[in-house]
Design a protein around this ligand. Structure first.
Ligand SMILES: *[C@@H]1O[C@H](CO)[C@@H](O)[C@H](O)[C@H]1NC(C)=O
Ligand SMILES: *[C@@H]1O[C@H](CO)[C@@H](O)[C@H](O)[C@H]1NC(C)=O
Ligand SMILES: *[C@@H]1O[C@H](CO)[C@@H](O)[C@H](O)[C@H]1NC(C)=O
Ligand SMILES: *[C@@H]1O[C@H](CO)[C@@H](O)[C@H](O)[C@H]1NC(C)=O
Ligand SMILES: *[C@@H]1O[C@H](CO)[C@@H](O)[C@H](O)[C@H]1NC(C)=O
Ligand SMILES: *[C@@H]1O[C@H](CO)[C@@H](O)[C@H](O)[C@H]1NC(C)=O
Ligand SMILES: *[C@@H]1O[C@H](CO)[C@@H](O)[C@H](O)[C@H]1NC(C)=O
Length: 495
């Protein structure tokens, strides 16, 4: 046996083309990598001081691609141990100390020479908004404590501030659209282009104490107090945004409990949103301390109530509806609930934070229709507590609340914001967009550091990731073509 001389030559050619093609590919990769990874990476840190906890986000980008051409990525997301800073009313200093652990974790990832050049921000949201209403001197003490700790850490600390609900909504919207590349995009032809406005997505955020809805409506925004304007990459955007204080998940759960206690005061509270067979003791005092609760505990009640789950989704939905004032919108056009103006919904929406966490647990993040979502949550609410508890042994402190928060989200989106069976498919439940966690923090940092310029960049023609990918793809195609041609030739001869 043996190959003919012709076949040997062809095999040799084939091998050679394969090897040289591969070499070219490797060279291209090495060259491109050295272009894409210059030594100077910049960093930025944002603390998201929410009502239930604080998170640290570390972002990084290339120093030579500032002013809009850079792509910011997330290098670290760290959950601060302990509760939100607004809980440290009796020991403000500890609120500052609690941030140390995550900060140290972030500093490990940043070269020491750059520590002092790393812009660091702390933004507080609805938890502190509520506290400063209730007792502004306590809120001031807490801000002073976190400012002191971050001010003496080896970073470039820009300050701690209370974010208004509108800013929280707007920055969440910027984060989503920046992550998705719907504000500006690098095209295959090597130009920066502006995607059509229909590509912009709305943002639905739900924290512990407040919830935000932000989108670009199709028509004018009639209530100017709900309008936020900004200029990004040379385009003007007018978004509708509203933040509902006391409609975050945790405050909603407290208000729900109080509503049930008030409507039927008794030492044994039967809770329709807790699964049947669930039982616990509830201390009444702390429940009524929330600034979102405007009632006093019935005098006839003991300090501690026994709470029993009944797993009744119908009764649960009725109790949840009591948290909304739908009648205040009756007869008014473009009104959501509690008398709040809302223009007609438009386009795609990303629902994140507690929207995502709740629906992720319930396996409802894969674009199920509204009827399936409803049926799934109702089915979950009717499961016996014993079975559910056994499936998730001690791993989830929110386990008893998923029925309530699932039905709450459904009520808010469907009856509150007005998503119907037809518009429900425009909702995506997501945690991330373009590799970054969705929240207000990235949009906030981009804005404060001026990394999204108001004007369109003049010369945006640097090597981009998209072009690099295209090059690789074309090289691979070329390689495949060469090999294919050689193979055809080879088999053709053997015929
Ligand atoms: C970005 O813009 C600022 C001022 O707008 C300028 O000082 C800086 O040099 C610019 N950076 C780059 C890399 O072009
Ligand atoms: C606010 O808190 C401080 C200290 O905890 C307390 O002395 C003060 O009475 C509180 N003020 C109000 C209005 O509750
Ligand atoms: C209420 O419950 C707490 C523990 O949850 C307990 O420390 C307290 O003594 C109880 N109070 C009364 C009046 O039973
Ligand atoms: C609902 O809003 C209307 C109009 O703002 C008000 O008159 C009514 O008292 C509210 N209902 C409740 C239950 O708060
Ligand atoms: C979600 O799906 C997983 C895997 O299919 C399953 O184990 C889990 O029980 C489901 N969760 C709920 C709440 O039904
Ligand atoms: C959810 O399902 C229940 C029971 O099947 C039904 O009564 C209710 O109207 C449904 N809700 C929605 C929003 O479809
Ligand atoms: C971004 O920051 C500038 C000041 O640097 C401010 O005027 C502007 O309103 C901010 N944008 C948004 C959306 O808040």
């Amino acid at each position: 046996m043996g190959l003919s001389r012709k076949e040997q030559v062809f095999l040799a050619l084939l091998g050679a083309s394969g090897v040289s093609g591969l070499t070219a590919l490797i060279l291209l990769l090495v060259e491109a990598t050295s272009v894409l990874l210059p030594t100077d990476i910049k960093f930025g840190i944002v603390f998201d001081a929410g009502s239930s906890h604080t998170s640290l986000f570390l972002y990084q980008w290339l120093a030579n691609k500032e002013n809009g051409t850079g792509v910011v990525s997330q290098a670290l997301a760290c959950q601060v141990e302990g509760p939100g800073i607004s809980s440290y009313t009796s020991n403000a200093a500890q609120a500052g100390e609690s941030l140390q652990g995550c900060l140290e974790e972030a500093l490990v990832l940043i070269p020491e020479a750059q520590h002092r050049k790393t812009p660091t921000f702390l933004g507080a949201t609805a938890g502190m908004r509520l506290l400063s209403r209730k007792n502004s001197s306590q809120a001031r003490d807490i801000f002073a404590a976190v400012t002191q700790v971050l001010g003496r850490s080896p970073v470039d600390f820009w300050g701690a501030e209370l974010l208004a609900g509108q800013a929280e909504g707007a920055f969440g919207w910027i984060t989503v659209n920046y992550g998705l590349g719907t504000l500006v995009k690098y095209s295959f032809t090597g130009e920066w282009i502006q995607p059509p406005e229909e590509m912009l997505v709305g943002a639905l955020d739900m924290g512990g104490a407040s919830t935000q809805i932000t989108f670009v409506p199709g028509g004018p925004i009639l209530d100017k107090s709900t309008q936020a304007d900004f200029r990004l990459y040379g385009s003007d955007y007018s978004v509708y945004t509203h933040s509902y204080l006391c409609f975050g998940r945790d405050q909603m759960l407290s208000r729900l409990l109080v509503g049930l206690v008030q409507s039927r005061p008794a030492a044994l509270l039967r809770h329709p949103c807790y699964l049947s067979g669930y039982q616990t003791t509830l201390a009444l005092g702390p429940l009524y301390e929330s600034p979102c609760v405007h009632a006093t505990p019935p005098l006839s009640l003991p300090q501690n109530l026994t709470v029993e789950g009944t797993g009744n989704p119908g009764a649960c939905v009725s109790a949840i509806r009591e948290l909304f004032n739908f009648s205040s919108c009756q007869g008014q056009e473009d009104c959501a609930f509690d008398g709040v103006y809302q223009p007609p919904l438009r386009g795609q929406f990303y629902a994140f934070s507690n929207f995502y966490y709740t629906f992720h647990f319930l396996n409802l993040t894969s674009r199920q229709p509204l009827s399936t979502v409803n049926a799934t949550i109702w089915e979950f609410c009717q499961r016996p507590w014993k079975l559910v508890e056994a499936s998730y042994p001690g791993q989830d402190r929110w386990l008893r609340d998923y029925c309530a928060s699932g039905l709450y989200i459904l009520t808010l989106l469907h009856e509150g914001y007005g998503f119907s069976e037809e518009t429900w498919p425009s909702l995506e439940f997501r945690k991330q967009a373009g590799g970054v966690d969705i929240g207000w923090t990235l949009g906030y940092m981009l804005n404060l550091t001026g990394m999204i310029p108001a004007d369109a960049p003049a010369q945006w023609r640097a090597e981009s990731y998209g072009v690099w990918v295209a090059k690789v793809v074309f090289m691979v195609l070329a390689l495949v073509a060469v090999v294919g041609a050689a193979l055809v030739q080879l088999f053709w001869l053997q015929d």
